[in-house]
Design a protein around this ligand. Structure first.
Ligand code: DC
Length: 226
C-alpha cells in the first residue's frame, strides 16, 4: 500500500461523508481524517471563552492560544486533542456546529489549520473528509469525491444519528441548522464548499449506505490500479 495515497471526500453536512470515509478507509487500510472535527475544536474553544462566533478580531487574536492535535486510538478512532484535553465528545454538541461553521469562514482560522491537515496527509495514506480537501488542502489527492444528497434527506439522517446519541433536538432544528451551514459554507469567500473540477460527483439521496460505500470503494480500487 502506497502510504501517501490520499482520497479527498468533500460535500455538505450530512451527506454521509464521515460514515462512508470511515468504512472505505478501513477496507483500504488508510487512516480516516475528519477535518470538520478540527474546525469544531476551534469553535469549542471560542464558545467556551464566551466569545461570539462572528467576533473575528477576538477569534484571530486567540489562535496562538490554541494547540490542536489529531490522534488515533488503537481501534483507529480519531480523537481531537485541544490544548491537551480530549474534546472528541464535546465538539459534537449541536451548538458547536454553528460555531464551527462561523469560525471556518475566517481566512486566518483556515490558514492556521492548513498545515496540520497537509502534514497529516503527507505522513500517512488518508481518506480525508471536509469541505475544501479536493480544492485546497490536497489538490493532488489521488481521488476526489464530492458527495451530495438533498437537504431534507441529509437532515433526516443527521437527526437519526443525534437521536441515537441521545442528543435532545428536533428534525426541524436539524434541517434549519443544515440550511444555515449550507449557505454559510458555500457562500464564504475563502475555500467555499465546492467540488474540485476533477472530482467525481456522487449523489447519495437514492443510495443505501452500503451502496454509497461500495461506489466509493470501487472508484478507489480503480484509481489505485492505474
Ligand atoms: O463536517 P462537520 O459538519 O463536522 O464540519 C463542521 C463545520 O466545519 C462545517 O460547517 C464547515 C467547517 N469545515 C470547513 O470549513 N472545512 C472543512 N474541511 C471541514 C469543515
Amino acid at each position: 500500500m502506497n502510504k501517501k495515497f490520499n482520497i479527498a471526500i468533500d460535500g455538505p453536512a450530512g451527506a454521509g461523508k464521515s460514515t462512508i470515509a470511515r468504512a472505505v478507509s478501513a477496507r483500504l487500510g488508510l487512516i480516516y481524517v475528519d477535518t470538520g472535527a478540527i474546525y469544531r475544536s476551534v469553535g469549542l474553544y471560542v464558545c467556551r471563552k464566551g466569545v461570539g462566533s462572528k467576533d473575528r478580531d477576538r477569534i484571530i487574536a486567540m489562535l496562538p492560544e490554541i494547540e490542536i492535535r489529531i490522534v488515533h486510538d488503537e481501534t483507529g478512532k480519531q480523537l481531537m486533542m485541544l490544548n491537551g484535553e480530549d474534546v472528541s465528545e464535546a465538539i459534537r454538541m449541536p451548538e458547536i456546529s454553528i460555531y464551527a461553521s462561523d469560525v471556518s469562514a475566517i481566512p486566518e482560522v483556515r490558514s492556521f489549520l492548513l498545515d496540520l491537515q497537509r502534514d497529516f496527509a503527507r505522513k500517512h495514506g488518508t481518506v480525508m473528509d471536509g469541505r475544501d480537501i479536493g480544492t485546497v488542502v490536497l489538490p493532488d489527492a489521488a481521488l476526489k469525491i464530492f458527495l451530495t444528497a438533498s437537504a431534507e434527506i441529509r437532515a433526516k439522517r443527521r437527526y437519526r444519528e443525534l437521536c441515537e446519541k441521545g442528543v435532545d433536538t428536533t428534525y426541524e432544528a436539524v434541517l434549519e441548522d443544515m440550511k444555515y451551514r449550507d449557505a454559510n459554507d458555500s457562500g464564504r469567500s475563502v475555500a467555499p464548499l465546492k467540488a474540485a473540477e476533477d472530482a467525481v460527483m456522487l449523489d447519495t439521496s437514492e443510495l443505501t449506505l452500503e451502496e454509497s460505500i461500495q461506489a466509493v470503494f470501487t472508484l478507489a480500487e480503480e484509481r489505485m490500479g492505474e
